[in-house]
Design a protein around this ligand. Sequence first.
Ligand code: DON
Length: 306
Amino acid sequence: MSPDFQAVLDDIATTLQPECGMAGQVASYIPALARVPAAQFGIALRTCKGEEALAGDATTPFSIQSISKLFTLTLAMRRMGEDLWDRIGREPSGNPFNSLVQLENEQGKPRNPFINAGAIAVADRLVSLGNARADVLAFLSDLAGELVDFDEEVAASEAETGFRNVALANFMKSFGKIDNAVAEVLDLYFHQCAVRMNCVQLARAAGFLSRDGAHPVHRRKQVTTERQARRINALMLTCGTYDAAGDVAFSIGLPCKSGVGGGIVAVVPDHLTLCVWSPALDATGNSLLGLKALELFVAKTGLSVF
Ligand code: DON
């Protein structure tokens, strides 16, 4: 018998309420994110059968940031198949998400699609395929079942302060690993980071990852093949939470993808997809209460991939 998920989420929100906004830091290196009030917490899930549960600020939109890397990777895998991996690796980096150090020794091939260099390389592939910004929005809106949009203020703020991303893109280009103009590739990257969505929309949108690639709402429509969905989950588990991925696998045991906006998407294959959001981050750039909430969820339900 499946647990009463609404009761589980209510319980998690109540347990964490006293800690909300008390510890961690809101991302401050992008001015438009630094203004987000820290004392917010939302959690939502959607089961494979379409049952939904939500608690706290689950319908408040936030900047999805690096969670977007999950969806651009999915788009690129759908459209390019195995060729994608000529330019991007599948190993955890063990370094911060915006690090440049490995790229030099590894000839401009990023370790994985979830660090910034890897996501910029994926963005380059999507720019080559054409119509990329519109495709990303259409893809996310279709999966979420609601129209989603870019926050242009956040996108502009990213562009004004994204010096490291400019460096990463130029460095990869110097190795011949970026085909398009750096400005065009970064325009897509900054915009994908600046998509605004809420926990409910993200739990739905990533629903295909707990359904062997089947569309979150239309069962007969495949978003990816079953094999691709499993591979994306494998990458989330090993690389989805920056250089905390080992610890997250140890303490939570679910494929996760986080963003510096404070969101984390987590997948329980064949059961459900979850999204938790709280803007204050720990030292690794992951949502402090988000990780606590996922630990509580796993403890209360016993759901884990291990
Ligand atoms: O590239 C950046 O700085 C952000 N826009 C993305 C940050 C993020 O969530 C962390 N990335 N893995």
